[in-house]
Design a binder for this molecule. Structure first.
Ligand code: GLN
Length: 186
C-alpha cells in the first residue's frame, strides 16, 4: 500500500513522519508527472487552502485529483485539506468540493488562533487535537458522518473513503488518526 502526500505547501513533512512511524510507503505529489505512479490513498495537509487551491490549478493537478477522489480514492484532509474537500466554504471558495460538509474558515477568530484540546473520536477513542487557525464544520449532510466534536463544534468527519479533521493529528504523538486512515485505504 502506498500513500501519496500532496507536498505543494504546508505541513506535509509532518504527515510523512507519521506514515514512516506506521511503516507505510509514501511519495510526494509536487507536479503532474508524480501522478503517473499508482497510490492507494492521498493526504491533503494543513497550510493555506487558498494557496494550495491556486497551486493545484496552476500545476494542472486539480482535475486529475478531483476525478480520483470523486471515484473513491481514499483521502485524508487536515485543516486546510479539509477546506479543499468541502462542498461549501464560508469565508472562502470550494476547491475539490467532493464532501458533503459546510466548513467555516478561520472559524475561531484571532483570540483563539491556535489551541490544544482532547476529545473522543468515533471508532478511535480519545485523541489529542491541535488547532492552528482552524476551520470547523458547520454542518454535515448526505452520507457525511460526524466523527468528533470539540467545544460543541464538529471537528472531524467521514464520508465513505473521505476523512477530514479540523485539527492537526500529525503534530501530536498519537498515530491513531493516521492508523484509522490507513485502514480505510487497505
Ligand atoms: N487557515 C487556513 C486556511 O484557511 C488553514 C490553517 C491550517 O491548515 N492550519 O486554509
Amino acid at each position: 500500500m502506498t500513500i501519496a502526500v500532496l507536498a505543494l505547501q504546508g505541513a506535509f513533512a509532518e504527515h510523512e513522519a507519521m506514515l514512516e512511524r506506521l511503516g507505510a510507503a509514501y511519495f510526494e505529489i509536487r507536479q503532474l508527472r508524480d501522478l503517473a505512479q499508482p497510490f492507494d490513498g492521498l493526504i491533503l495537509p494543513g497550510g493555506e487552502s487558498t494557496v494550495m487551491g491556486k497551486l493545484l490549478r496552476d500545476l494542472e493537478l486539480f482535475g486529475p485529483l478531483q476525478g480520483k477522489i470523486a471515484s473513491g480514492l481514499p483521502v485524508f484532509g487536515t485543516c486546510a485539506g479539509l477546506i479543499l474537500l468541502a462542498k461549501s466554504v464560508i469565508g472562502g471558495e470550494p476547491c475539490f468540493g467532493t464532501m458533503d460538509i459546510c466548513v467555516r474558515r478561520n472559524a475561531y477568530g484571532r483570540q483563539l488562533g491556535s489551541f490544544y484540546a482532547e476529545g473522543e473520536c468515533a471508532g478511535i477513542g480519545r485523541i489529542p487535537m491541535t488547532f492552528i487557525r482552524a476551520p470547523y464544520i458547520e454542518a454535515v449532510s448526505g452520507d457525511a458522518e460526524i466523527l468528533a466534536e470539540a467545544d460543541g463544534k464538529i471537528v472531524a468527519a467521514r464520508q465513505g473513503s473521505q476523512l477530514v479533521t479540523a485539527f492537526h493529528p500529525e503534530l501530536n504523538d498519537s498515530l491513531e488518526m493516521h492508523r484509522y486512515f490507513l485502514k480505510i485505504c487497505s
